[in-house]
Ligand binder design. Structure first.
Ligand SMILES: Nc1ncnc2c1ncn2[C@@H]1O[C@H](COP(=O)(O)OP(=O)(O)OP(=O)(O)O)[C@@H](O)[C@H]1O
Ligand SMILES: [Mg+2]
Length: 211
């Protein structure tokens, strides 16, 4: 179980999260809904350690990860960014094995083998030498998912995974996320898309703007 307890976060004097508590059951998909500007991305960034929070706790399976940086919890909580953030000068395989070799200190051979199996799983086996500019939006996103999975995260967060894609692809993204469902991976998905949310959610939470 991933838990946030009484988390508050302000930017300057603007409070974005006020004493927010939620639990994210292991192996399940939790969808975060709420209006624009409500703090959904901020909440994901706090969970993943990309942003620190002012008050409260973040617990993963009882382990206190409160305000541990993304670097420090790397491998435990992964993020698939809305704009994918692939490294443009690296090909698909290089994008995926970079962090496992640099951060987890895996051998290139081991990281490559794992990357290839994930690319197979995600239907991208023929793209390992392609550069990001040669990929479609949906393909870039699957590479971003493979890259996050390469760190063997226990929690994988997605910020609006359908928003940068053609609307017709939202069913494919749902399928990828549902296929990744396993007891070992807790998935947290921010979305505005109610049909997509309905397809994937085991649990839904709302993040509302502070009045
Ligand atoms: N780094 C930052 N510095 C200052 N203010 C910020 C920062 N990041 C976010 N905010 C503010 O925090 C509020 C919540 O932003 P956030 O991006 O979390 O909303 P959101 O729910 O993800 O919205 P959307 O659905 O449009 O993506 C907004 O008012 C935003 O302007
Ligand atoms: Mg957002």
């Amino acid at each position: 179980m991933l838990e946030i307890k009484n988390v508050s976060k302000s930017f300057g004097d603007k409070k974005i999260l006020d004493n927010v508590s939620h639990s994210f059951p292991m192996g399940k998909i939790t969808v975060i809904l709420g209006p624009s500007g409500g703090g959904k991305t901020t909440l994901l960034r706090c969970i993943s350690g990309l942003e620190s929070f002012d008050k409260g706790q973040l617990l993963l399976g009882g382990e206190d990860l409160t305000n541990k940086s993304h670097q420090a919890n790397s491998g435990k909580i992964g993020v698939v960014f809305q704009d994918f953030q692939l490294f443009p000068h690296l090909n698909v395989l290089e994008n995926i094995i970079l962090a496992p070799t640099m951060v987890l200190k895996k051998s290139k051979e081991e990281a490559t083998e794992k990357a290839r199996s994930m690319l197979g799983l995600l239907g991208l086996s023929d793209k390992e030498e392609a550069y990001p500019f040669e990929l479609s939006g949906g393909q870039k996103q699957r590479v971003a998912i493979a890259r996050a999975l390469a760190m063997e995260p226990r929690v994988l967060c997605y910020d609006e995974p359908t928003s940068a894609l053609d609307p017709g692809l939202s069913g494919d993204v749902a399928e990828v996320i549902l296929n990744l469902k396993s007891p070992n991976v807790t998935q947290i998905v921010v979305t505005h898309d109610p049909i997509f949310a309905e397809k994937i959610a085991d649990k839904t939470i709302r993040v509302e703007p502070i009045k």
